[in-house]
Design a binder for this molecule. Structure first.
Ligand SMILES: O=C(O)C(=O)C[C@]1(C(=O)O)C=C[C@@H](O)C=C1
Length: 360
């Protein structure tokens, strides 16, 4: 599959003056709940009503969705409000039921995207329809696996495609439920600038207080839409209560979010930007120059260790460096997370250099 302008035709056809908003509860709970939320969302910028019908849960024993019954409620909400409807499908049977209930958009969950067998089964089931399919990133940070899933739908003749960025699982504890790893969707945009990209801040955040910031970051990175879990009574939601917001809060959020232009055209703006970019180019050059010099020293250390039969990894020294860099980073307004990432990468490269020298 290659990038082509037609990939965003389905979104352009909606003729929206703002990013696409998909909103609705994590799970459909009752008919009243679905209808109530749908009617409240009708007063917002929402175009598509979302609700989980079958919920894949990390551990058994939690609410696993109401099943096919919920599709009738979604269908009723669509008839009453005119909102499009979307739900997650995780096997061919789900697809069959969703199609029977006139679901407009099918989304593929993060736990499904990891499995090419299941994705293929779903792609075969959607084949021949003109449904829109949105593919969430896999739980693990693997761009090829994400794109591979999209390609399976494309190969099945589905051209109305998009991707949803919901963050990635990590072993390390972070402030997020799922780490955003913004670099991955940025790389994806580079390769497929016309594949609509939607942020799911609810699953990245896991809590409602940082959803706004995540949405603003996404808009600053030219995302095409937002999928936000919304519930009329979030605290009493049957699943993911902490990360859902009310339709009222969603309405306020869409007012407060700043939608920026992709490019500015004022001459003064362009000149100023050019000057700043030149400064960045100079600093990037210096960074690479310093890193190159650092690796040359690593080569010398490698040689010295080889002669003296000393191991490459020196944990005590490495921890001293890390501790010092975190403190210096703080003084330079660089976050600990950033320092850790960058120095772990530098350390790894230094080890690779020494490995080469020692085994030569
Ligand atoms: O100081 C050393 O012994 C090195 O090999 C250098 C270095 C580094 O790149 O800073 C690399 C590997 C060690 O684990 C510790 C530090």
């Amino acid at each position: 599959m290659e990038n082509n302008k037609e990939l965003r035709n389905w979104l352009a056809a909606m003729k929206l003056s703002h990013p696409l908003v998909i909103a609705g509860p994590c799970s459909a709970e009752t008919e009243e709940q679905v209808l109530k939320i749908a009617h409240q969302l009708k007063k917002t910028d929402t175009t598509v009503l979302r609700a989980g019908i079958w919920k894949p849960r990390t551990r058994p024993g939690n609410f696993e969705g109401v099943g096919a019954l919920g599709l009738k409620w979604l269908q009723k909400a669509k008839q009453e409000t005119g909102l499009m409807i979307t739900t997650e499908v995780a096997n061919a049977n789900h697809v069959d039921l969703a199609l029977k209930h006139d679901v407009d958009i099918l989304w593929i969950g993060a736990r499904t995207t990891v499995s090419p067998f299941i994705v293929q089964e779903i792609a075969d089931a959607v084949k021949g329809t003109d449904k829109i399919v949105l593919v969430k990133n896999p739980v693990n940070p693997d761009l090829a696996l994400w794109l591979g899933a999209v390609e399976r739908f494309y190969a099945a003749g589905i051209t109305k495609l998009g991707v949803i960025h919901r963050g990635f699982s990590t072993y390390e504890k972070t402030r997020y439920r799922n780490n955003p790893e913004w670099q991955i969707p940025i790389d994806l945009q580079n390769e497929f600038p016309d594949l609509p990209l939607i942020l799911d801040p609810s699953h990245i955040a896991g809590r409602r207080d940082i959803i706004f910031d995540l949405c603003q970051t996404a808009l600053d990175l030219n995302y095409d839409g937002l999928m936000i879990e919304t519930h009329h009574d979030p605290d009493n939601a049957w699943s993911d209560a902490a990360q859902q917001i009310t339709p009222k809060a969603l309405e306020q959020m869409t007012v407060d979010l700043k939608i920026r232009k992709q490019e500015g055209d004022a001459v003064e703006f362009k000149n100023k930007l050019n000057t700043l970019r030149t400064q960045i180019d100079v600093l990037d050059h210096q960074l690479l120059d310093s890193l190159g010099k650092r690796m040359k020293i690593a080569d010398d250390i490698g040689l010295l260790k080889k002669k003296n039969n000393v191991a490459i990894l020196q944990t005590k020294r490495w921890n001293e460096i890390l501790g010092r860099m975190i403190l210096e980073g703080e003084e330079n307004k660089l976050s600990e997370e950033f320092i850790l990432r960058i120095f772990k990468a530098i350390h790894q490269e230094s080890i690779n250099h020494q490995k080469k020298v020692i085994n030569d």
